[in-house]
Design a protein around this ligand. Structure first.
Ligand SMILES: Cc1ncc(COP(=O)(O)O)c(C=O)c1O
Length: 449
């Protein structure tokens, strides 16, 4: 990806301390970051603090934040109610390694939102949640293989680091995507435990299931592929998968790490009216604390009492569960959703208007609090559509152009999306749109070259 010289030099001039700290940190920390996604060129921002809907960097720049910790912060930053609950818990201890009453309190909050969930276990991250959901699904089905979607990300454990960002040229047939292990250190044999299918193509999924009947035990999907912008299921794709899972005796897993508690109180399962067997979640359920969960039908989850291992020193610790209960019970209320949805619609409509006025070809893909501007008029139905029709340079310069105007419009990475938090209001949406209005003609000029 190529940054345009004026956009790059403005960013570099605004962030000299970040550049120095990044260089110095690399002496101690690989790539100078704690998660490799965070290492951007020319250098990442070093953040000093976050509060409300703002991030403050070490050079004294403030950013109106719609990236919100890769979507983990629907509560915004440092939400007072969450802070108060967590501060209160500090005095009573943050880790017991014994059961406590918050476990069922937190589980009840999750069950209230997800009808398909009878039983819940807590984890420390989204990776942890998908890994254990898959293990439980394998234990229940007695089959080792899973089916995943091309371009979907389910965290960083070995079984899902496959065909997440396959480069063009290695794609394979559109209906039979290649299985590509995407990290050194992941054994090639792991690919033998996974089949990969395109999103929004039930016929392709069914053909793979037929070919691997009695081998595949589970299907895992991001119900909205939010590692490919905001790519929604079309033509009742998720309902069709439900029927196929029933027909082939498969455990249907929703990875709601990004959608959970954000596109609707009960995530994508509620939004689309689909009942998965298991749901994996993390991010926004925890109000910026490292907590995840997975849950589902009693019959499947009881395998944990038989022979499916789920252990963890920090699982369900009282600190993060206090945060989770506060978020789900007191902060993400029905009124909070209503307000956030209205702001999400206003931001999406505002983007459409600005693009039209500026002659910038593009459209917004949006579901309630989640959205993104994609600078193409092609419909994005799956990973390959995005790779084929979206100009990565334009998307990257949009991100930095917005940063230079004091707005972090979405997480870095051309296929990411904004999140509306409960701490945003109409004035912040307008400020975001003003910045985009200022940048859009520049993007339109480059697009027309
Ligand atoms: C859909 C999805 N699943 C799982 C994960 C992994 O979550 P975590 O980063 O908490 O391990 C992510 C992270 O972005 C995600 O987007």
């Amino acid at each position: 990806m190529q940054l345009w010289p004026d956009i790059e030099s403005e960013y570099v001039e605004r962030t000299p301390t970040s550049e120095r700290l990044h260089r110095e940190t690399r002496a101690h920390v690989p790539a100078g970051v704690a998660s490799t996604f965070r290492n951007w060129d020319p250098h990442p921002l070093f953040v000093e603090r976050a509060s409300g809907v703002h991030l403050y960097d070490v050079d004294g720049n403030a950013y109106l934040d719609f990236a919100l910790n890769n979507g983990a912060a629907m509560v915004g930053h440092a939400h007072p109610a969450v802070n108060e609950a967590v501060a209160d818990q500090l005095g009573d201890g943050t880790l017991y390694c014994h059961p406590h009453e918050l476990l069922s309190e937190a589980a009840v909050e999750i069950k209230r939102r997800w009808d398909p969930i009878d039983l819940v276990r807590f984890t420390n991250s989204g990776t942890d949640s998908t890994m254990h959901a898959i293990r439980v699904a394998r234990a229940y089905s007695g089959r080792d293989k899973i089916l995943k979607i091309e371009g979907s990300y389910h965290g960083v454990h070995d079984y899902v680091l496959i065909s997440k960002s396959t480069p063009e040229g290695k794609w394979g047939h559109p209906k039979r995507p290649a299985k590509l292990v995407e990290s050194a250190g992941v054994p090639e044999q792991v690919a033998e435990t996974v089949e990969v299918a395109p999103f929004n193509d039930l016929e392709a999924v069914e053909s793979i299931l037929r070919e691997h009947r009695n081998e595949i035990g589970a299907v895992i999907v991001e119900p909205i592929v939010m590692n490919v912008a905001v790519t929604q299921p079309r033509e009742r794709f998720l309902h069709g998968l439900r029927e196929l899972c029933d027909e082939y005796g498969l455990v249907y897993i929703f990875d709601e790490v990004k959608t959970g508690a954000k596109v609707a109180p009960g995530g994508a399962a509620e939004y689309y009216g689909v009942e998965p067997d298991l749901v994996a979640m993390a991010k926004s359920i925890g109000g910026n604390f490292p907590v995840g969960a997975f849950g589902g039908s009693e019959e499947i989850m009881r395998t944990i009492e038989d022979d499916a291992a789920h252990f963890g020193t920090y699982n369900g610790n009282p600190l993060v569960l206090r945060a989770l209960v506060t978020v789900l019970r007191d902060v993400l209320t029905d009124e909070a959703y209503e307000r956030a949805y209205a702001l999400g619609d206003a931001l999406a409509q505002g983007y459409e208007d600005v693009m039209e006025d500026a002659g910038l070809v593009g459209h917004v893909d949006q579901v309630t609090t989640q959205g993104t501007a994609v600078f193409t008029d092609h419909e994005i139905r799956n990973y390959r559509d995005f790779q084929t029709h979206v100009d990565p340079d334009l998307q990257e310069n949009y991100f930095f152009g917005m940063l230079n105007r004091g707005v972090m419009a979405q997480p870095h990475g051309i296929a990411q999306q904004w999140t509306i938090s409960v701490q945003h209001d109409r004035a912040y949406v307008d400020e975001h749109l003003e910045a985009f209005k200022d940048l859009a003609p520049r993007l339109a000029d480059e697009q027309s070259l």
